[in-house]
Design a protein around this ligand. Structure first.
Ligand code: C5P
Length: 229
């Protein structure tokens, strides 16, 4: 489907489970997120398997290392055919990743502040500002560095869009249809609201991957986005 904003998170243990889901979802989704768990189990072969099926891959590895290491790793990720890669929104880390991805089809996404952290965690880690200010600070830096986009919570997306301008992709996890099980997600918004607030892509995992019929669930979410309540 053209302009499909969904990225389905393949938070499963191995390639067999992941590809069974991808095959079940079929043409309803074309973009998949591979995170630390699946990448630890299957490595770059997982990316190749998805690319061979004509799918785009968002590699959510959240790199944070010295510039030389990040640049070289980003170059390898690009060669493997992924479309998006996350790094933490620390200036030298972002700059190195952008250098590594230069001239390739890979876009770098910056993770501003993990949604599991609150003001107290930041204070304990030595930061002089709270979550809201740090998110805005890092979005501004991400924009200056020239990353492709930023990962943000659906409850921050409108504010982040103001700081980010129209040029950055905003990719939003923590999205749930009204009435769906929220799992361990505390700060959620519906897909339609996240898109209306300015998100370009929605990352949805368990609502689809644990559905009795993942294909039907994706179609239901897409219909919901097109006809907001
Ligand atoms: O909750 P759900 O299964 O839809 O989560 C999908 C993906 O979103 C997961 O891979 C998780 O890593 C990511 N996520 C996130 N930030 C959150 C919640 C989930 O990046 N606050």
């Amino acid at each position: 489907m053209a302009d499909n904003p969904l990225i389905i998170a393949l938070d499963v243990e191995n390639a067999a489970q992941a590809l069974a889901l991808v095959d079940a979802i079929g043409d309803a989704a074309g973009f998949y997120k591979v995170g630390m768990e699946l990448y630890a189990a299957e490595g770059p072969a997982m990316v190749s398997a998805l690319v061979e099926r004509g799918k785009r891959v968002f590699l959510d590895l959240k790199y944070y290392d010295i510039p030389e290491t990040v640049e070289r790793a980003a170059r390898r990720v690009a060669a493997g055919g992924a479309s998006l890669l996350t790094v933490h929104a620390i200036k030298p880390v972002m700059e190195a990743a952008v250098r590594g991805a230069a001239g390739t089809g890979l876009g770098i996404l910056a993770v501003t502040v993990l949604t599991s952290l609150d003001d107290r965690d930041l204070e304990e880690a030595g930061y002089a500002m709270g979550v809201t200010s740090l998110v805005e600070w890092r979005v501004r830096q991400a924009r200056e560095v020239g990353v492709a986009g930023v990962v943000c919570s659906p409850l921050e997306v409108a504010r982040v869009r103001k700081v980010a301008g129209q040029g950055l992709l905003l990719v939003t996890p923590g999205v749930r249809s009204a009435g769906a099980d929220t799992g361990d997600q505390k700060r959620v918004a519906t897909p339609a609201k996240a898109i209306a607030a300015g998100a370009n892509h929605l990352v949805i995992g368990r609502q689809v991957t644990r559905a009795a019929d993942p294909h039907a669930e994706v179609l239901r979410i897409l219909a919901e986005i097109q006809t907001p309540a």
